[in-house]
Design a protein around this ligand. Structure first.
Ligand code: FE2
Ligand code: FE2
Length: 179
């Protein structure tokens, strides 16, 4: 039986692992422009924070409109987006970067939109649009990270799957509220 060779020479890997040890998880084999990767993840972080804020606003406003099941859906989404923000911030630190939580410029750093919406239908529609924007963008980012940064790619894949779930929930809510 043919033994399948390793792609890398283990001794060489051990030698390279000792270089720049202070870089932690970032090794010389990191396949992307590191600063670019960190700045992209900071845009994702900003977008996720904007989504938390928008869903929180909608949660409290929907409660005022006596729409408890919809309010609960908004709250669930707000919590999911908060988890995403935390996961992205963690990944930025693993790459040796600093997560940017500065509220100034939050909207322009990310791609997610912040629309308040006056009625339930408007809120749901604005959330759906925001989800659809990040779905398209995250799909791009999955391809961009590709196999050059598998961990960030998987993170973006997980976020993408969740955003698709959110969009689906919102589309369902919309048909329920409109009929
Ligand atoms: Fe998210
Ligand atoms: Fe989402």
């Amino acid at each position: 039986m043919n033994e399948r060779p390793f792609l890398s020479d283990i001794e060489e890997l051990r030698r390279r692992a000792r270089e720049d040890m202070e870089s932690g998880a970032v090794t010389p084999a990191y396949g992307l422009d590191l600063n670019r990767a960190i700045s992209i993840l900071n845009s994702v972080l900003a977008s996720e924070i904007v989504c938390v804020l928008r869903y929180k606003r909608h949660y409290f406003m929907a409660q005022g409109l006596n729409a408890e099941p919809i309010a609960q859906e908004f709250l669930q989404h707000a919590n999911d987006e908060q988890l995403h923000a935390d996961q992205v911030a963690l990944r930025i630190t693993q790459l040796g970067g600093a997560p940017d939580f500065n509220p100034e410029g939050l909207l322009s750093r990310g791609v997610a939109e912040y629309h308040e919406g006056d009625t339930l239908i408007e809120m749901i529609k604005e959330d759906l649009v925001a989800e659809r924007v990040v779905i398209m963008w995250y799909a791009d980012l999955v391809r961009w990270f590709g196999d050059a940064d598998n961990t960030s790619r998987r993170l973006m894949e997980d976020l993408l799957a969740k955003e698709e779930e959110h969009a689906n929930d919102l589309a369902d809510l919309l048909t329920r509220v409109e009929t």
